[in-house]
Design a binder for this molecule. Structure first.
Ligand SMILES: CC(C)(COP(=O)(O)OP(=O)(O)OC[C@H]1O[C@@H](n2cnc3c(N)ncnc32)[C@H](O)[C@@H]1OP(=O)(O)O)[C@@H](O)C(=O)NCCC(=O)NCCS
Length: 184
């Protein structure tokens, strides 16, 4: 597969992948899938801030159910929380097309995102795992994330109370040494 920076032309496929997970899963605590127009705004916010948003596309249609060149999944990093002192901590989002899960696409996307987030200066990455999804916990643990806590019954969707698992990994120098510029 090819992993490359997202561009605005990718939005319809990004929106379609995300909509499925919003409607059928618990990784996202959104209840209604955002429109393509809203996804244009979200993508622009990430790219305008200089944060990474990557998409994976199939090269040869080698996976069952995959057509050549179509989007397999996407991943992005955005500041963990808005306030300035969080400047060096990001949260990730990784979504793989529903029918292609379990084929290594999420691992490839998240590995590339770890590099990209480090290169733009983030020192920590946090995974906020809605519904304590086992696949997501396994994905992050496999790439070295450590458990950082669980919030019990903090979400409600599809008629269930949902736990949120936090996992964390240091990027680059992590907490060693000060950054080149202090947050303003
Ligand atoms: C979570 C997700 C991104 C993982 O991507 P993926 O391409 O399916 O995962 P991979 O094939 O790379 O496998 C990653 C790990 O998850 C495990 N895994 C995959 N599907 C699983 C499942 N249904 N249940 C338990 N573990 C699973 C794999 O065995 C692998 O673990 P290992 O490295 O210990 O073998 C993908 O399943 C997805 O989009 N899920 C819905 C949205 C979501 O939860 N996103 C994360 C939000 S932070």
């Amino acid at each position: 597969m090819r992993i490359q920076p997202a561009k605005s032309a990718d939005v319809p496929e990004i929106a379609a992948i995300y909509a499925h997970h919003v409607q059928h899963g618990t990784a996202s605590y959104e209840i209604a899938a955002p429109t393509e127009a809203e996804m244009v705004v979200r993508l622009a916010r990430v790219l305008d801030a200089g944060w990474p948003w990557l998409v994976a596309r199939g090269d040869k249609g080698e996976r069952e159910g995959e057509r050549e060149g179509e989007m397999l999944g996407y991943a992005y990093a955005s500041q963990f929380r808005d306030r300035a002192a969080y400047r060096f901590a990001c949260e990730n989002s990784v979504y793989v097309r529903s029918d292609l899960r379990g084929a290594g696409i999420g691992t490839a996307l998240l590995a590339a995102l770890l590099d990209a987030a480090r290169l733009v200066g983030f020192r920590q990455m946090i995974a906020v795992i809605g519904g304590a999804e086992p696949a997501s916990v396994a994905l992050h643990a496999g790439l070295g994330f450590a458990h950082a806590g669980t919030l019990r019954a903090i979400g409600r969707k599809h008629g269930r109370w949902l736990d949120t698992v936090y996992m964390q990994i240091a990027l680059g120098d992590g907490a060693a040494g000060a950054p080149a510029e202090e947050p303003q």
